[in-house]
Design a protein around this ligand. Structure first.
Ligand code: F6P
Length: 584
């Protein structure tokens, strides 16, 4: 029988005793490793011999039984290393940590972001107008606030698209440059790339994120300042990268306009240029004003929207301009459809719950350290990059929400590239390496460009790869089959595929704005489910602070200040000295 490779020392080889815990909702997280279901999963894990070939051969209903629907997403979990018993035990695990209560708490607006004492309400950003009862949290009519900002974003987007909004010389906007980083960049750029077929003709959006001056310099190259609009997107409006880039962009604008004779080199003209060419998205409208952007031209949001959960807030203004308010509303409706699925579907049919639990199964019981996301859609080429922040900034934690250490591994590494490019790069390791890498394969049935190569439908050929890969990973190729092809004995081992490499297949009708919203919401909720199981706060990100703080502290040393340099550790000091020498 084929057994999936398992690194030595997996938790299932030494599970702790598991006294049952009380099923009361307490503020402290339940230690998942002390639940009876965890112990039962350990026991199950020790005896389970993954055998996808056998399981499919013996059980004609397997594919159907493990296939689910969430809004437009058809999700086939059958090629995962699970049996009905595994699924049932995982569902018990979810019950044991009171997952349904946590889901309700999130949607209700409880302060589940404990370390920042905040509600977590990205789901409120996509609630349709007029839902009853309205969502009131901490005395705030959240629905009214959300729809007031949305109306302002839509109005602005419509004006830019129609040419009613003009630059300082009266010309319409041709290029929008979004300046932001992390959640204020990754979501908008990913969605803009994904929804290219919906972008208005004659409008382009570019994105500046990195503080490497190359980014702003090259992104603005070739642009006409008179027709360029900058959106400074920063939740805090205090992020070094974004504010530095915004100042550089402002300089670029002034210089360009003055050089073209479009404005005079006087303060009033500069102020007018900023008013016409800069808008902001932020929760810190006072800081926006201090930068010189008219607060009238600022779009707000709220501290209960995490950066990595904000593409559907005003942070998506660049996208709303690109695809238009109607399409943006469809995008939000897609999120909401999956929110409703997640909130109302019983756990046993609940796709984000099942996928989150599967990830826990692989990380904590089968020893997986990473998870590949492989879209068979060129338009989703930034999806994995987007998910890296969503998943790893959320669940890369070593303490639980009450400050106690986690009791098991958390936060696997998410990565990926679009198929078929990945096939010619790293799939070798997924197929034949020693590591277990669960992978999500995402495809859409209707292509944006239905091209033909002679008589051959090229998208069909593309999807043949999508179907072939999960089949190859699941069922492999035995030594007997390799020999039967006439392979010389010496290279038979190298050509054997063990199979039992787990995959999830997600198939949607087409990459519409709604489907994109559904996919994002799906992964948001998967991430949340994992966080709940591990007892962590998936909505803070303290782990990014130390590096930021040290960069600020190191800046004088890097600028060559002798005293600042002298106080550094030996390695950092030597590196900076070398840098200063090289720079000359
Ligand atoms: O990297 C940390 C982080 O706070 C992210 O969570 C956030 O998306 C990014 O920085 C940008 O922050 P801001 O939108 O406040 O500029």
């Amino acid at each position: 029988m084929v057994v999936v490779p398992r690194p030595v020392g997996l938790p299932c080889e030494g599970s702790p005793p598991a006294p049952p815990q009380e099923r009361t909702v307490t503020h402290a997280p339940i230690d998942v490793t002390r639940t009876t279901s965890w112990a039962d999963l350990m026991a199950h894990c020790r005896v389970l011999e993954p055998n996808l070939r056998g399981w499919f051969a013996e059980d004609p209903g397997r594919a159907e039984r493990f296939t689910y629907q969430a809004a437009d997403l058809h999700v086939d979990l059958s090629k995962n290393l699970i049996t009905d018993e595994t699924r049932d035990l995982l569902l018990r695990l979810a019950e044991d940590v009171h997952l349904p209560d946590r889901i309700e708490a999130m949607f209700r607006g409880d302060h589940i972001n404990v370390t920042e004492d905040r509600a977590v309400l990205h789901t409120a950003l996509r609630r349709p107008a007029g839902l009853q009862p309205p969502l009131v949290v901490d005395g705030q009519d959240v629905d009214a606030d959300v729809h007031a900002v949305l109306a302002k974003v839509y109005d602005f987007a419509a004006k830019v698209r129609s040419g009613e909004w003009t630059g300082v010389t009266g010309k319409p906007v041709r290029t929008v440059v979004n300046i932001g980083i992390g959640g204020s960049d990754l979501g908008p750029v990913m969605a803009y790339e994904a929804l290219q077929p919906y972008v208005a003709d004659g409008l382009e959006v570019r994105f500046v994120s990195n503080i490497d001056p190359t980014d702003v310099a090259e992104t603005t190259q070739g642009l006409d300042p008179e027709t360029t609009l900058f959106i400074v997107a920063s939740k805090t409006f205090g992020t070094l990268e974004t504010l530095t880039n915004a100042r550089l962009a402002r300089e670029w604008l002034w210089k360009g306009l003055i050089a073209a004779g479009a404005i005079e080199d006087v303060d009033d003209a500069r102020t007018a240029a900023v008013s016409a060419h800069f808008v902001a998205v932020s929760t810190a409208l006072d800081k926006v004003a201090a930068f010189g952007i008219d607060p009238e031209n600022a779009f707000g949001f709220w501290d209960w929207v995490g950066g990595r959960y904000s593409v559907d807030s005003a942070i998506g203004t660049s996208l709303a301009i690109a695809i238009g308010p109607e399409r943006f509303a469809e995008f939000l409706a897609g999120f909401h459809a999956v929110d409703e699925h997640f909130r109302t579907t019983p756990l046993v049919e609940n796709v984000p719950v099942l996928m989150g639990l599967l990830n826990v199964w692989y990380v904590n019981f089968l020893g997986a350290e990473s998870h590949a996301v492989l879209p068979y859609s060129q338009h989703l080429h930034r999806f994995a990059a987007y998910l890296q922040q969503l998943t790893m900034e959320s669940n890369g934690k070593s303490v639980r929400w009450d400050g106690t250490p986690v009791t098991t591994d958390t936060g696997e590494i998410f990565w990926g590239e679009p198929g078929t490019n990945g096939q010619h790069a790293f799939y070798q390791l997924i197929h034949q390496g020693t590591r277990l890498i669960p992978a999500d394969f995402i495809a859409v049935a209707s292509p944006a460009h239905p091209l033909k190569d002679g008589e051959t439908d090229v998208h069909g050929l593309f999807l043949a790869n999508y179907f072939a890969q999960t089949k190859a990973l699941a069922f492999g190729k035995s030594a007997e089959e390799v020999r039967a092809e006439g392979t010389p004995e010496a290279i038979v081992p190298a050509r054997v595929f063990e199979g039992n490499r787990p995959t999830t297949s997600i198939l949607a009708p087409a990459l519409t704005p709604s489907v994109l919203g559904q996919l994002i919401a799906l992964y948001e909720h998967i991430t949340f489910v994992q966080g709940v199981i591990w007892g962590i706060d998936s909505f803070d990100q303290w782990g990014v602070e130390l590096g930021k703080q040290l960069a600020t502290e190191l800046a004088p040393a890097v600028a060559g200040e002798v005293e600042a340099l002298a106080s550094q550790d030996a390695s950092t000091k030597a590196l900076i000295e070398r840098y200063l020498e090289l720079r000359g």
